[in-house]
Unconditional design. Structure first.
Length: 462
C-alpha cells in the first residue's frame, strides 16, 4: 500500500470574506514547504476521506480568519466545510498545532459557531496580519512556527488593506449554492464560479456540458466537473457522477464506481441517489439482489420527494412483492407521483382505472391519465390512449386519432404500438388498408418479441 502524503501545513479558509486572497498569500510564503491548500490538492478519493487523511498527516493547521469568516450560521443538514475542517483539525492535528492567522476582524470564543465553542480554540496562539506592516509579517510568521527565514525572499505580493477588506470576487462566488437558479446565470459566470471552486457551480457547469445547454454537449467535460464537486462532498454531483459511471457516459462503464458514488450521495440524503441505489439492489446491478434493501432505499427516496421511487413503491404494492398485493397502497403511491407529473405513474394509475385494480373501473378517468402521460411523449401513454380512441373507451371513438397516437408511439419503438398500427393497416381502420405496411409494423413488433405480432404473422397471409 502506498504511503500517505505528508503535509507541513494545512491551510483552511473561507472563499468569501477575502479568504482566497489571504490563503493564497500564505501559500506563497510557504512555497518551500508541502502545503495542502485547496481541492486541487486532492487527486483521488472522496473529499471527506482525503480531507481527513490530509489532516491526519499534517504537522500544522493554519486557520485563515477574516472579517465575517464566522458569520455564516450553521444550518441543520447543510455542510459547511470551513467549520468541518476546523473541527476535524481539533481532533486530528491537536490544538497546540493550530494557528489562527487573523487578517481582519477578531478571533475569540464569542464569534465561533456552536459546534466549535468550548473546544479549546481560544488557547491557540494567534498571528495577526496588519497590511501597513506587511513587510514585517513574514518574519513574525516564520518565527511563530520556528522556521528558518534565511532563504532568499520569494516574489510574493502582500495583500493590501483594500484586498483584505473587500475581496468582492470571492464574496460573489460564495453566494451560489444548490438552490441557485442557474438558468438565470450567464454561462461565463457559471464557469468563473466553477473554476474558483464553488461546488454548486461545478455541478451546474457539468449539467450544461451534459445537456448541451448554452454550450456544446460534452460528457467527458461533464464528468470532469461532476468529479470536482463530488470530491467536495456535493451529493448532486456524486449522484450525477454515479449515473455517468452506470451508463458509460463520459467515462468507461463501471457499475462498482456507480455504486460507490450513489452510496455516498444516498447517505447524505440525496433522494435521486437513494432511488438509484434502490434500483441497483432491486435488479442486482453491482450489488447482490436484495429486495428488502431496495424497498428501504425506495422508501427513503420517496419520502424525499423522488417520484420515480414513489412509482416504484406503487408497483411494489400492486405486484405484491412482499406477498399479497396491497392495491390501496399502490394507488396511494401512483397518485402521489402522477400528480407530480411522473409519466410512468400516470400510465400505471390510468391502467388501474382501466382495469378496475384497486379502484372502481372508470375508462374516462383512465383516458385522462393516459392523456397526461401522452402529453409528455410517453410511448406507453400514447399507445394506451390510442387504444382508448380506437375502442371508444373513455373518449369518443376516433380511429384516425388512434392511428396518429399509435404512430407516435411506434416511432419510439414501442412494440405494442407497432402491433396496433399493423392491425390498423391490415384491416383499414382509421387509415387506408395497406398490407405491405401492416406486415412491416408486425415485423417491427415481432423483432421485439411481441408474441401477438409473431402469432399474427404466422396465422395470416399478406
Amino acid at each position: 500500500m502506498a504511503a500517505k502524503k505528508k503535509y507541513d501545513f494545512f491551510i483552511s479558509y473561507r472563499r468569501a470574506n477575502n479568504g482566497t486572497v489571504c490563503g493564497s498569500y500564505l501559500v506563497g510564503l510557504l512555497s518551500d514547504y508541502n502545503v495542502f491548500y485547496d481541492v486541487d490538492s486532492i487527486t483521488e478519493g472522496t473529499f471527506d476521506t482525503q480531507i481527513r487523511e490530509a489532516l491526519q498527516n499534517t504537522e500544522r493547521f493554519i486557520l485563515v480568519v477574516t472579517e465575517g469568516s464566522f458569520d455564516r450560521p450553521e444550518v441543520p443538514g447543510k455542510r459547511d466545510w470551513y467549520y468541518e475542517e476546523i473541527g476535524l483539525a481539533i481532533e486530528t492535528v491537536g490544538l497546540e498545532r493550530i494557528t489562527p492567522v487573523v487578517f481582519s476582524g477578531t478571533f475569540n470564543e464569542d464569534i465561533l459557531p456552536e459546534s466549535l465553542k468550548n473546544r479549546g480554540l481560544r488557547s491557540c496562539q494567534v498571528v495577526k496580519y496588519v497590511a501597513e506592516y506587511a513587510k514585517y509579517f513574514k518574519d513574525e510568521f516564520f518565527h511563530h512556527f520556528g522556521l528558518d527565514n534565511t532563504a532568499p525572499a520569494k516574489n510574493v505580493q502582500s495583500p493590501t488593506r483594500e484586498q483584505v477588506e473587500d475581496d468582492q470576487y470571492a464574496q460573489d462566488n460564495e453566494q451560489y449554492d444548490d438552490d441557485t437558479d442557474w438558468d438565470e446565470i450567464d454561462i461565463d459566470e457559471i464557469m468563473s464560479a466553477a473554476k474558483n471552486g464553488n461546488a454548486a457551480a461545478q455541478v451546474a457547469l457539468g449539467n450544461c456540458y451534459y445537456n448541451g445547454d448554452r454550450i456544446d454537449e460534452d460528457y467527458e467535460k461533464a464528468v470532469k466537473w461532476y468529479k470536482k464537486a463530488a470530491n467536495q462532498g456535493n451529493s448532486q454531483a456524486q449522484n450525477n457522477l454515479g449515473e455517468c459511471y452506470r451508463d458509460g457516459e463520459g467515462v468507461e462503464e463501471n457499475i462498482d464506481e456507480a455504486i460507490k458514488w450513489f452510496t455516498l450521495a444516498a447517505e447524505q440524503g440525496d433522494a435521486d441517489a437513494q432511488n438509484n441505489l434502490g434500483d441497483c439492489y432491486y435488479n442486482g446491478a453491482g450489488v447482490p439482489e436484495d429486495t428488502n434493501k431496495a424497498f428501504d432505499w425506495y422508501i427513503k427516496a420517496a419520502g424525499g420527494g423522488n417520484t420515480d421511487a414513489q412509482n416504484s413503491l406503487g408497483e411494489w404494492f400492486r405486484d405484491g412483492e412482499d406477498g399479497e398485493p396491497n392495491y390501496n397502497e399502490a394507488i396511494k403511491w401512483f397518485r402521489l407521483a402522477a400528480k407530480q407529473e411522473n409519466a410512468d405513474a400516470q400510465v400505471n394509475l390510468g391502467t388501474c382505472y382501466y382495469e378496475g385494480t384497486g379502484v372502481t373501473q372508470n375508462f374516462k378517468e383512465a383516458a385522462k391519465w393516459y392523456q397526461l402521460a401522452a402529453d409528455q411523449d410517453d410511448p406507453i401513454g400514447l399507445c394506451n390512449l390510442g387504444e382508448c380512441y380506437r375502442d371508444g373507451e373513455g373518449v369518443d371513438q376516433d380511429c384516425k386519432e388512434a392511428v396518429k397516437l399509435f404512430k407516435l408511439s411506434a416511432d419510439m419503438e414501442n412494440a405494442r404500438a407497432q402491433y396496433n398500427l399493423g392491425l390498423c393497416y391490415y384491416y383499414g381502420d382509421g387509415v387506408k388498408q395497406n398490407l405491405k405496411k401492416a406486415r412491416e409494423y408486425f415485423e417491427f413488433a415481432a423483432d421485439q418479441d411481441c408474441e401477438e405480432a409473431i402469432e399474427f404473422l404466422n396465422e395470416n397471409e399478406f
